[in-house]
Design a protein around this ligand. Structure first.
Ligand code: IPE
Ligand code: IPE
Ligand code: MG
Length: 247
């Protein structure tokens, strides 16, 4: 199906409220071209921009991009430094476009791990976009699903210790209030590129009933067309949430 046709066939009423993406395969993309891995990351940023803009055009309320995992700190320093530099450049350059398109930025992850200057920049962009209502772009940075769950547990335990909460008050809704971004709804659709069939410690708690779309395409080759295909595939699924539907 040509792109325009896929878009025409999408039901605007049934689009996911929250799409989460594991943008994987930048290094392999560069290697296949005989280039250093950082070229893959550079191209990956361009692709991320186009998917952010497409999501906004489609009126998808929340888009979460896994940009840097807690485990990614174990990569060579030169690669980590390049990724941090690309992030800094992205935040500096794209702020006007985010404001124009009414995109609010939120970060999930342990941003304390970042250099002071980058932390400040993140805070500034979050602050300058906090009242924008078009779409929320969530960047997962130094993110680990297990770390998020443990952090929530500790924060909750502190409240109990201080006598501000009682054990009997603990339920799923209360627990979520201690996540990095409590308001974030669970993803309806998770996309992972590059052919890997795993979660890699992303949004472990939140993915309980998410629909998954895996593709062999490497992230730098991921197009708007393939994004539309993923959304189309999502719309054909029957989400049962454990129930059954009578004939
Ligand atoms: C995804 O691409 C980007 C990050 C994890 C930051 P990779 O860098 O993991 O690329 P591959 O998986 O090695 O090809
Ligand atoms: C997941 O990709 C993290 C990001 C996309 C930022 P990785 O490339 O780090 O995951 P593994 O190592 O293949 O599981
Ligand atoms: Mg990878």
């Amino acid at each position: 199906m040509p792109v325009s046709q896929i878009e025409d066939n999408l039901d605007p009423e049934k689009l996911p409220r929250h799409v989460a993406i594991i943008m994987d395969g930048n290094g392999r993309w560069a290697k296949r071209k005989g280039l250093p891995r950082i070229y893959g990351h550079k191209k990956g940023v361009e692709v991320a921009k186009s998917i952010i803009i497409k999501s906004r055009e489609l009126n998808i309320p929340y888009l979460t991009l896994f940009a840097f995992s807690k485990e990614n700190w174990q990569r060579p320093k030169t690669e980590v430094d390049t990724l941090l530099l690309l992030l800094k450049e992205y935040l500096q350059k794209e702020l006007p476009l985010m404001i124009e398109k009414e995109i609010r930025l939120k970060i999930i992850g342990d941003t304390e791990d970042f250099p002071e200057e980058l932390k400040k920049l993140i805070e500034q962009v979050e602050k300058k976009t906090e009242n924008l209502k078009g779409m929320t772009l969530v960047l997962a940075l130094s993110y680990s699903g297990r770390a998020e769950i443990l952090r929530a547990t500790k924060l909750l335990a502190e409240e109990v210790e201080k006598g501000k909460l009682s054990v009997k008050d603990i339920n799923e809704e209360l627990f979520r209030r201690f996540f990095y971004f409590p308001e974030l709804p669970d993803p309806d659709l998770l996309i992972r590129t590059s052919g890997e069939l795993r979660i890699s410690n992303f949004l472990l708690y939140q993915l309980a009933y998410t629909e998954f779309y895996f593709t062999e395409t490497l992230w730098p080759d991921f197009t708007e067309e393939e994004y539309l295909k993923a959304l189309f595939s999502y719309q054909k699924r029957e989400r049962r949430f454990g129930r059954i539907y009578e004939f």
